[in-house]
Ligand binder design. Structure first.
Ligand code: NAP
Length: 315
Protein backbone atom coordinates (compact mmCIF):
# COMPACT_ATOMS: atom_id res chain seq x y z
CA UNK A 1 0.00 0.00 0.00
CA UNK A 2 1.14 3.51 -0.72
CA UNK A 3 -0.13 6.89 0.38
CA UNK A 4 0.56 8.30 -3.10
CA UNK A 5 -2.77 9.54 -4.42
CA UNK A 6 -3.82 7.94 -7.69
CA UNK A 7 -4.10 11.15 -9.67
CA UNK A 8 -5.86 9.44 -12.53
CA UNK A 9 -8.80 8.83 -10.20
CA UNK A 10 -9.18 12.57 -9.74
CA UNK A 11 -9.62 13.23 -13.40
CA UNK A 12 -13.19 13.62 -14.55
CA UNK A 13 -13.10 11.57 -17.72
CA UNK A 14 -15.44 13.35 -20.14
CA UNK A 15 -15.36 10.47 -22.60
CA UNK A 16 -16.66 8.01 -20.00
CA UNK A 17 -19.38 10.40 -18.81
CA UNK A 18 -20.37 11.04 -22.43
CA UNK A 19 -20.50 7.31 -23.21
CA UNK A 20 -23.06 6.76 -20.42
CA UNK A 21 -25.19 9.63 -21.67
CA UNK A 22 -25.03 8.40 -25.25
CA UNK A 23 -26.22 4.95 -24.25
CA UNK A 24 -29.44 6.43 -22.84
CA UNK A 25 -29.79 8.74 -25.83
CA UNK A 26 -29.47 5.78 -28.22
CA UNK A 27 -32.40 4.06 -26.46
CA UNK A 28 -34.49 7.22 -26.81
CA UNK A 29 -33.63 7.52 -30.52
CA UNK A 30 -34.84 3.95 -31.05
CA UNK A 31 -38.12 4.67 -29.23
CA UNK A 32 -38.74 7.87 -31.23
CA UNK A 33 -37.90 6.17 -34.51
CA UNK A 34 -40.34 3.35 -33.74
CA UNK A 35 -43.01 6.02 -33.25
CA UNK A 36 -42.22 7.62 -36.62
CA UNK A 37 -40.25 10.56 -35.22
CA UNK A 38 -36.68 9.64 -36.09
CA UNK A 39 -34.51 12.64 -35.10
CA UNK A 40 -32.65 14.36 -37.94
CA UNK A 41 -29.96 16.88 -37.11
CA UNK A 42 -28.98 19.39 -39.78
CA UNK A 43 -25.55 21.01 -39.53
CA UNK A 44 -25.43 24.42 -41.19
CA UNK A 45 -22.01 25.50 -42.46
CA UNK A 46 -21.62 28.90 -44.10
CA UNK A 47 -18.50 29.53 -46.13
CA UNK A 48 -15.21 28.01 -45.00
CA UNK A 49 -15.80 24.35 -44.29
CA UNK A 50 -12.18 23.67 -43.20
CA UNK A 51 -12.52 25.87 -40.07
CA UNK A 52 -15.33 23.70 -38.69
CA UNK A 53 -14.36 20.34 -40.18
CA UNK A 54 -13.16 18.69 -36.96
CA UNK A 55 -16.25 19.75 -34.99
CA UNK A 56 -18.65 18.62 -37.73
CA UNK A 57 -16.87 15.28 -38.16
CA UNK A 58 -17.03 14.67 -34.44
CA UNK A 59 -20.73 15.59 -34.22
CA UNK A 60 -21.54 13.40 -37.23
CA UNK A 61 -19.69 10.42 -35.78
CA UNK A 62 -21.43 10.82 -32.41
CA UNK A 63 -24.87 11.28 -34.01
CA UNK A 64 -24.45 8.16 -36.12
CA UNK A 65 -23.27 6.22 -33.07
CA UNK A 66 -26.66 6.78 -31.42
CA UNK A 67 -28.73 6.43 -34.61
CA UNK A 68 -29.45 10.13 -35.25
CA UNK A 69 -29.51 11.05 -38.96
CA UNK A 70 -26.93 13.79 -39.52
CA UNK A 71 -27.16 15.98 -42.59
CA UNK A 72 -24.59 18.57 -43.64
CA UNK A 73 -25.85 21.62 -45.51
CA UNK A 74 -23.29 24.03 -46.94
CA UNK A 75 -24.06 27.60 -47.92
CA UNK A 76 -21.80 29.93 -49.97
CA UNK A 77 -19.52 32.39 -48.16
CA UNK A 78 -21.22 35.37 -49.87
CA UNK A 79 -24.80 34.44 -48.92
CA UNK A 80 -26.72 37.39 -47.44
CA UNK A 81 -28.29 37.29 -44.00
CA UNK A 82 -31.90 37.51 -45.35
CA UNK A 83 -31.15 34.59 -47.69
CA UNK A 84 -29.70 32.62 -44.80
CA UNK A 85 -32.67 33.37 -42.56
CA UNK A 86 -35.02 32.26 -45.37
CA UNK A 87 -33.10 28.96 -45.52
CA UNK A 88 -33.50 28.54 -41.74
CA UNK A 89 -37.23 29.20 -42.00
CA UNK A 90 -37.51 26.52 -44.67
CA UNK A 91 -35.84 24.09 -42.24
CA UNK A 92 -38.21 25.19 -39.48
CA UNK A 93 -41.14 24.32 -41.75
CA UNK A 94 -39.68 20.97 -42.84
CA UNK A 95 -41.07 18.21 -40.58
CA UNK A 96 -38.17 15.92 -41.50
CA UNK A 97 -35.70 18.29 -39.79
CA UNK A 98 -35.97 17.99 -36.01
CA UNK A 99 -32.79 19.82 -34.99
CA UNK A 100 -30.57 22.57 -36.43
CA UNK A 101 -27.02 23.45 -35.44
CA UNK A 102 -25.22 26.53 -36.78
CA UNK A 103 -21.48 25.98 -37.05
CA UNK A 104 -19.28 28.91 -36.07
CA UNK A 105 -17.50 30.96 -37.28
CA UNK A 106 -19.79 32.39 -39.95
CA UNK A 107 -18.79 35.05 -42.51
CA UNK A 108 -18.89 38.66 -41.20
CA UNK A 109 -22.10 39.66 -43.01
CA UNK A 110 -24.00 37.03 -40.99
CA UNK A 111 -25.02 37.93 -37.44
CA UNK A 112 -24.91 34.51 -35.77
CA UNK A 113 -27.11 35.59 -32.88
CA UNK A 114 -29.84 36.74 -35.29
CA UNK A 115 -29.48 33.50 -37.23
CA UNK A 116 -29.73 31.46 -34.05
CA UNK A 117 -32.86 33.44 -33.12
CA UNK A 118 -34.48 32.47 -36.43
CA UNK A 119 -34.43 28.77 -35.50
CA UNK A 120 -37.72 27.43 -34.16
CA UNK A 121 -37.19 27.01 -30.37
CA UNK A 122 -38.20 23.32 -30.55
CA UNK A 123 -35.45 22.74 -33.14
CA UNK A 124 -32.86 24.77 -31.20
CA UNK A 125 -30.81 21.78 -30.06
CA UNK A 126 -27.78 23.92 -29.16
CA UNK A 127 -29.99 25.71 -26.63
CA UNK A 128 -28.79 29.13 -27.80
CA UNK A 129 -32.08 30.69 -28.93
CA UNK A 130 -33.00 33.64 -26.67
CA UNK A 131 -36.06 31.62 -25.57
CA UNK A 132 -33.86 28.70 -24.48
CA UNK A 133 -31.41 30.98 -22.67
CA UNK A 134 -34.28 32.92 -21.04
CA UNK A 135 -36.05 29.75 -19.89
CA UNK A 136 -33.02 28.95 -17.75
CA UNK A 137 -33.96 31.84 -15.47
CA UNK A 138 -37.27 30.05 -14.90
CA UNK A 139 -35.39 26.77 -14.37
CA UNK A 140 -36.98 25.29 -17.49
CA UNK A 141 -33.96 23.54 -18.90
CA UNK A 142 -35.28 20.97 -21.37
CA UNK A 143 -33.26 22.55 -24.18
CA UNK A 144 -30.46 24.33 -22.35
CA UNK A 145 -27.14 25.51 -23.82
CA UNK A 146 -25.04 22.38 -24.35
CA UNK A 147 -21.71 23.46 -22.85
CA UNK A 148 -23.25 24.93 -19.71
CA UNK A 149 -25.48 21.88 -19.21
CA UNK A 150 -22.52 19.55 -19.85
CA UNK A 151 -20.34 21.38 -17.32
CA UNK A 152 -22.97 21.13 -14.60
CA UNK A 153 -23.59 17.47 -15.48
CA UNK A 154 -19.87 16.80 -14.95
CA UNK A 155 -19.94 18.46 -11.53
CA UNK A 156 -22.94 16.31 -10.58
CA UNK A 157 -20.97 13.20 -11.56
CA UNK A 158 -18.64 13.83 -8.58
CA UNK A 159 -21.55 13.13 -6.24
CA UNK A 160 -21.02 16.44 -4.40
CA UNK A 161 -24.20 17.85 -2.93
CA UNK A 162 -24.89 21.13 -4.73
CA UNK A 163 -27.12 22.69 -2.11
CA UNK A 164 -25.12 25.32 -0.28
CA UNK A 165 -21.97 24.50 -2.27
CA UNK A 166 -19.64 27.48 -2.76
CA UNK A 167 -19.25 27.75 -6.53
CA UNK A 168 -17.19 30.25 -8.50
CA UNK A 169 -17.75 30.73 -12.23
CA UNK A 170 -14.97 32.57 -14.06
CA UNK A 171 -16.30 34.08 -17.31
CA UNK A 172 -19.84 35.36 -17.81
CA UNK A 173 -20.61 34.89 -21.51
CA UNK A 174 -24.28 34.52 -22.46
CA UNK A 175 -23.84 30.96 -23.68
CA UNK A 176 -21.46 29.49 -21.08
CA UNK A 177 -20.72 31.39 -17.84
CA UNK A 178 -24.12 33.01 -17.21
CA UNK A 179 -26.20 29.87 -17.85
CA UNK A 180 -23.86 27.84 -15.61
CA UNK A 181 -24.46 30.35 -12.81
CA UNK A 182 -28.26 30.14 -13.24
CA UNK A 183 -28.27 26.34 -13.45
CA UNK A 184 -26.28 26.12 -10.22
CA UNK A 185 -28.39 28.68 -8.40
CA UNK A 186 -31.40 26.53 -9.25
CA UNK A 187 -29.61 23.62 -7.56
CA UNK A 188 -29.16 25.65 -4.39
CA UNK A 189 -25.46 26.48 -4.80
CA UNK A 190 -24.05 29.81 -3.63
CA UNK A 191 -22.62 31.25 -6.83
CA UNK A 192 -19.99 33.96 -7.40
CA UNK A 193 -19.39 35.08 -10.98
CA UNK A 194 -16.03 36.59 -11.97
CA UNK A 195 -15.11 38.48 -15.15
CA UNK A 196 -12.37 40.70 -16.52
CA UNK A 197 -13.12 43.47 -14.01
CA UNK A 198 -13.01 41.18 -10.96
CA UNK A 199 -10.41 42.74 -8.66
CA UNK A 200 -8.74 39.71 -7.18
CA UNK A 201 -9.57 36.54 -9.08
CA UNK A 202 -7.39 34.32 -6.87
CA UNK A 203 -9.21 35.35 -3.67
CA UNK A 204 -12.55 34.31 -5.18
CA UNK A 205 -11.23 31.10 -6.72
CA UNK A 206 -9.73 29.97 -3.40
CA UNK A 207 -13.20 30.11 -1.79
CA UNK A 208 -14.66 27.68 -4.30
CA UNK A 209 -15.69 24.10 -3.54
CA UNK A 210 -16.38 23.93 -7.27
CA UNK A 211 -14.67 26.16 -9.81
CA UNK A 212 -15.84 26.60 -13.42
CA UNK A 213 -13.47 28.41 -15.75
CA UNK A 214 -14.74 29.57 -19.18
CA UNK A 215 -12.59 32.41 -20.46
CA UNK A 216 -10.25 31.37 -23.27
CA UNK A 217 -6.94 32.28 -21.58
CA UNK A 218 -4.42 29.48 -21.04
CA UNK A 219 -2.92 29.39 -17.56
CA UNK A 220 -5.42 31.91 -16.12
CA UNK A 221 -5.91 29.68 -13.08
CA UNK A 222 -3.09 27.78 -11.38
CA UNK A 223 -2.76 25.46 -8.40
CA UNK A 224 -2.11 28.34 -5.97
CA UNK A 225 -5.57 29.70 -6.72
CA UNK A 226 -7.45 26.53 -5.83
CA UNK A 227 -8.93 25.33 -2.56
CA UNK A 228 -7.56 21.88 -1.70
CA UNK A 229 -10.07 19.20 -2.70
CA UNK A 230 -12.13 21.49 -4.96
CA UNK A 231 -13.77 20.28 -8.18
CA UNK A 232 -12.30 22.14 -11.15
CA UNK A 233 -14.26 22.17 -14.39
CA UNK A 234 -12.09 23.66 -17.12
CA UNK A 235 -14.17 24.73 -20.11
CA UNK A 236 -11.55 26.76 -21.98
CA UNK A 237 -10.15 25.53 -25.27
CA UNK A 238 -6.90 27.16 -26.39
CA UNK A 239 -4.26 26.29 -28.95
CA UNK A 240 -0.75 27.00 -27.70
CA UNK A 241 2.57 26.64 -29.45
CA UNK A 242 5.18 24.54 -27.69
CA UNK A 243 8.89 25.47 -27.77
CA UNK A 244 9.47 22.80 -30.44
CA UNK A 245 6.95 24.55 -32.70
CA UNK A 246 4.17 21.98 -32.34
CA UNK A 247 0.65 22.99 -31.33
CA UNK A 248 -1.21 21.72 -28.29
CA UNK A 249 -4.78 22.12 -27.03
CA UNK A 250 -5.03 23.27 -23.41
CA UNK A 251 -7.72 24.67 -21.13
CA UNK A 252 -7.74 27.83 -19.02
CA UNK A 253 -6.29 26.08 -15.97
CA UNK A 254 -2.67 25.03 -15.62
CA UNK A 255 -3.46 21.33 -15.45
CA UNK A 256 -0.30 20.08 -13.73
CA UNK A 257 -0.36 22.50 -10.78
CA UNK A 258 -4.18 22.39 -10.40
CA UNK A 259 -4.30 18.59 -10.44
CA UNK A 260 -2.08 18.37 -7.38
CA UNK A 261 -4.48 20.49 -5.33
CA UNK A 262 -7.90 19.75 -6.77
CA UNK A 263 -10.16 16.93 -5.61
CA UNK A 264 -11.46 16.49 -9.16
CA UNK A 265 -10.40 18.08 -12.43
CA UNK A 266 -11.43 17.87 -16.07
CA UNK A 267 -8.61 17.41 -18.58
CA UNK A 268 -8.49 19.41 -21.82
CA UNK A 269 -9.03 17.79 -24.24
CA UNK A 270 -11.20 14.91 -23.03
CA UNK A 271 -13.23 16.73 -20.36
CA UNK A 272 -16.07 19.13 -21.11
CA UNK A 273 -15.75 18.74 -24.93
CA UNK A 274 -17.08 15.16 -25.32
CA UNK A 275 -19.85 15.77 -22.76
CA UNK A 276 -20.93 18.86 -24.72
CA UNK A 277 -21.33 16.76 -27.89
CA UNK A 278 -23.25 14.11 -25.92
CA UNK A 279 -25.49 16.90 -24.56
CA UNK A 280 -26.12 18.06 -28.14
CA UNK A 281 -27.39 14.55 -28.95
CA UNK A 282 -29.46 14.52 -25.76
CA UNK A 283 -31.02 17.85 -26.80
CA UNK A 284 -31.63 16.53 -30.31
CA UNK A 285 -33.69 13.72 -28.84
CA UNK A 286 -35.49 16.11 -26.47
CA UNK A 287 -36.33 18.45 -29.36
CA UNK A 288 -37.69 15.58 -31.49
CA UNK A 289 -39.75 14.26 -28.56
CA UNK A 290 -41.21 17.69 -27.87
CA UNK A 291 -42.09 18.13 -31.56
CA UNK A 292 -43.76 14.72 -31.47
CA UNK A 293 -45.78 15.74 -28.41
CA UNK A 294 -46.65 19.15 -29.86
CA UNK A 295 -47.35 18.33 -33.50
CA UNK A 296 -48.54 14.79 -32.82
CA UNK A 297 -51.48 16.12 -30.81
CA UNK A 298 -52.07 18.88 -33.41
CA UNK A 299 -52.29 16.23 -36.14
CA UNK A 300 -54.64 14.18 -33.99
CA UNK A 301 -56.85 17.23 -33.31
CA UNK A 302 -57.06 17.84 -37.07
CA UNK A 303 -58.07 14.26 -37.65
CA UNK A 304 -54.58 13.60 -39.06
CA UNK A 305 -52.57 10.59 -38.22
CA UNK A 306 -49.07 10.53 -36.80
CA UNK A 307 -48.17 7.36 -38.67
CA UNK A 308 -44.90 7.67 -40.58
CA UNK A 309 -46.51 6.47 -43.81
CA UNK A 310 -49.14 9.19 -43.81
CA UNK A 311 -46.58 11.86 -43.00
CA UNK A 312 -44.66 10.90 -46.12
CA UNK A 313 -42.67 8.04 -44.66
CA UNK A 314 -40.79 10.05 -42.05
CA UNK A 315 -38.91 7.82 -39.71
P1 NAP B 1 -16.37 34.56 -24.50
O1 NAP B 1 -17.72 34.83 -25.04
O2 NAP B 1 -15.18 35.19 -25.14
O3 NAP B 1 -16.39 34.94 -22.95
C1 NAP B 1 -15.22 34.95 -22.18
C2 NAP B 1 -15.55 35.45 -20.80
O4 NAP B 1 -14.35 35.51 -20.05
C3 NAP B 1 -16.17 36.82 -20.77
O5 NAP B 1 -17.29 36.79 -19.92
C4 NAP B 1 -15.06 37.70 -20.19
O6 NAP B 1 -15.55 38.72 -19.36
C5 NAP B 1 -14.32 36.74 -19.31
N1 NAP B 1 -12.94 37.17 -19.07
C6 NAP B 1 -12.07 37.71 -19.93
N2 NAP B 1 -10.89 37.93 -19.33
C7 NAP B 1 -11.02 37.54 -18.05
C8 NAP B 1 -10.16 37.51 -16.94
N3 NAP B 1 -8.90 37.95 -17.01
N4 NAP B 1 -10.63 37.05 -15.76
C9 NAP B 1 -11.88 36.60 -15.66
N5 NAP B 1 -12.76 36.59 -16.70
C10 NAP B 1 -12.33 37.05 -17.88
O7 NAP B 1 -16.06 32.99 -24.49
P2 NAP B 1 -17.05 31.72 -24.30
O8 NAP B 1 -17.79 31.48 -25.55
O9 NAP B 1 -17.77 31.83 -23.02
O10 NAP B 1 -15.95 30.57 -24.18
C11 NAP B 1 -14.99 30.58 -23.14
C12 NAP B 1 -13.98 29.48 -23.38
O11 NAP B 1 -14.67 28.22 -23.41
C13 NAP B 1 -13.24 29.57 -24.72
O12 NAP B 1 -11.93 29.09 -24.56
C14 NAP B 1 -14.02 28.62 -25.62
O13 NAP B 1 -13.21 28.09 -26.66
C15 NAP B 1 -14.40 27.55 -24.63
N6 NAP B 1 -15.59 26.79 -25.00
C16 NAP B 1 -15.53 25.45 -24.85
C17 NAP B 1 -16.62 24.67 -25.18
C18 NAP B 1 -16.55 23.19 -24.99
O14 NAP B 1 -17.38 22.45 -25.51
N7 NAP B 1 -15.59 22.69 -24.21
C19 NAP B 1 -17.78 25.26 -25.68
C20 NAP B 1 -17.84 26.67 -25.77
C21 NAP B 1 -16.74 27.43 -25.43
P3 NAP B 1 -15.84 40.20 -19.90
O15 NAP B 1 -17.02 40.06 -20.82
O16 NAP B 1 -16.13 40.95 -18.67
O17 NAP B 1 -14.60 40.61 -20.63
Amino acid sequence: MTDEPNLKHKELDGRKIAAKMLEKTGDEVARLSDGGWAPRLVSVVIGDTDAVEIYVRNQKRTAERVGIAFEERHFPADITEPEMIAAMEAMNADPRVTGIIVQRPAPPQINVKRLQSSIHPLKDVEGLHPASIGNIVYNEIELGPCTAMASVHILKSTGLSLSGLEVVVVGHSEIVGKPIAFLLMAEGATVTVCHHMTRNLAVHCRQADALFVAVGKPGLVNGNMIKPGAAVIDIGINQIELPDGTARTVGDCDFESCRDVAGWITPVPGGVGPVTVAMLMHNTVTGARRQMEFYGSAFAADGWTTSPEQRGGRG
